[in-house]
Design a protein around this ligand. Structure first.
Ligand code: SF4
Length: 488
């Protein structure tokens, strides 16, 4: 996707973090976590961090920047241990600063615990009020979860407080006890990895908005947002953590808990994990993402055919759907744009004009390939539309005769509240415009979107996906009415 969900320098949509966890006796868990985070870098480029346990203490290292900026060989060598969690961050709540980098850490119990969160809570204000935090004291919803867990840790020297929090100690230990108490209070999207000195825990919210999978590494276990993080360390995929499930990994193996009421469990994996967010080599619900994207393009070719000389994708995420469109239509596939892979996230574009310039920095046209041709240009979605329009102008300047835009998802009309950074509703190009009005704005010869039915068919899942940003059907209630009214 080359459009602008957020104020990223080319207006890319921003995934709200990747999480990783590993327990593996005798292996260099810091190095394994580094490799796992590297494979999850696409899920967050603002900050990275890890927490490592050697059985006695938990050490946290985190900083702003890419995984490779935060960790070098010297840092990793200084982190001996047998268990670790890691995190790559993009902020959806909370400012982009060191304090909000994760893992979050709390010094309670024997040696404290660390937590990494992918997602976004929808009841942050209520939860903060419940534990007596004033507005403005909550730096991020992830920090709030850590605070809530720490408050429920048994405090043996403070019997009065222990009575107040009503936590009866169990054989599972304080971390599990606290999680069992806190998790049912959370609403929204949360895939968590949590760790103290001896226990590694993975949690998926009752809707399972964000992915989380379990892998096996020798006698040890791995948790990761996406399967490529298992592949890179040669861990064997075991299964996905189920929506509403908590798994505990300790010296005895893996145990499963159900902290949420059964009637709350209603799987709604984010459909945009298939459309854009997940890596193409990820497997979600047993399907390789790349194949579903090709299928989206094939459906689009059938529903929105056009006479053209070349099909091209907007790199990288539009490419598999473009391949699918070319295959189904018989129109040759070609490359029309080259992406600068090394540009990274260097600054936040302060205004519209600099965003458009940022597109030119990120993408360049293969002029000989597009000049004099009628092009089908496939992208996975259009959010604000400014960067798509900039890209269209670049293709025209290079001599493209016709540009037929094909989008491998339905119009993006509603903001996401479940961990993806999107603009407010009035800023979404499709929120209040017809397809023809959008076509005129983008200055393309024709424009067509994939239908919601074809999207579900391409993914191969009829029910059990969140598509709120496309349909307005929010699985967890949100206050969207304010943004609707403000558009008038
Ligand atoms: S609203 Fe859209 S982006 Fe957000 S979780 Fe649902 S499908 Fe994904």
């Amino acid at each position: 996707m080359q459009d602008d969900f957020s104020q990223d320098m080319v207006g890319r949509p921003e995934e709200a973090c990747g999480v990783f966890g590993v327990r593996a006796d005798g292996l260099s868990v810091a190095y394994l976590t580094f490799d796992g985070l590297y494979a999850l870098q696409h899920r967050g480029q603002e900050a990275a961090g890890m927490a490592v346990s050697d059985g006695v203490s938990v050490t946290v290292v985190k900083n702003m920047g890419l995984v490779s900026n935060v960790f070098d060989d010297r840092t990793l060598r200084s982190l001996p241990g047998y268990m670790a969690i890691g995190h790559t961050r993009y902020s959806t709540t909370g400012a982009s600063n060191w304090r909000n980098a994760q893992p979050a850490f709390r010094s309670v119990g024997e040696a404290g615990f660390a937590l990494g969160h992918n997602g976004n809570l929808t009841n942050t204000a209520e939860l903060a009020a419940e534990i007596g935090m004033l507005p403005g004291m909550v730096s991020s919803d992830s920090d709030l979860i850590a605070e809530m867990i720490s408050l429920r840790y048994p405090k043996p020297f403070n019997l009065a407080q222990q009575n107040l929090i009503h936590v009866a100690p169990t054989a599972h230990g304080p971390l599990i006890d606290s999680l069992m108490d806190v998790l049912p209070k959370l609403e929204g999207a949360f895939s968590l990895v949590v760790m103290d000195t001896h226990q590694l825990v993975g949690v998926r919210d009752p809707h399972g908005f964000r992915p989380l999978c379990l892998g096996r590494l020798g006698d040890g276990y791995v948790l990761a947002s996406e399967t490529p993080a298992l592949d890179v360390i040669q861990a064997e995929f075991v299964r996905e953590i189920e929506p509403g499930e908590m798994v505990l990994i300790d010296g005895t193996g893996v145990r499963s808990f159900r902290p949420f009421p059964a009637d709350q469990v209603d799987p709604k994996l984010c459909v945009f994990e298939f459309v854009y967010f997940a890596r193409p080599d990820s497997k979600l619900l047993g399907k390789e993402v790349h194949g579903t994207r090709r299928s989206m393009g094939m459906h689009l070719a059938k529903s929105a055919p056009v006479e053209a000389d070349m099909v091209m994708g907007v790199p990288d995420s539009g490419v598999p759907a473009a391949e699918g469109y070319a295959k189904a239509s018989g129109i040759p596939y070609g490359q029309g744009l080259v992406k600068n892979r090394y540009i990274g996230r260097t600054f936040i574009a302060p205004d519209q004009a600099s965003r458009v310039n940022a597109v030119r920095r990120k993408l360049n046209v293969l002029a000989d390939n597009v000049s004099g041709k009628r092009l089908v240009v496939v992208d996975d979605s259009i959010v604000r539309g400014t960067t798509t329009r900039g890209m269209v102008r670049m293709l025209r300047d290079a001599g493209a005769l016709e540009i037929h835009m094909r989008v491998s998802s339905p119009p993006y009309k509603w903001p996401c509240f479940y961990g993806i950074d999107t603009p407010s509703r009035p800023e979404l190009l499709a929120a209040y415009r017809t397809v023809e009005e959008i076509r005129e704005y983008l200055e393309v010869d024709s424009l067509a979107y994939l239908s919601i039915e074809d999207l579900r068919e391409a993914v191969g899942i009829e029910d059990g996906l969140c598509d709120a940003c496309l349909t307005g059907n929010y699985p967890v209630p949100v206050q969207v009415s304010l943004t609707v009214e403000s558009a008038s």
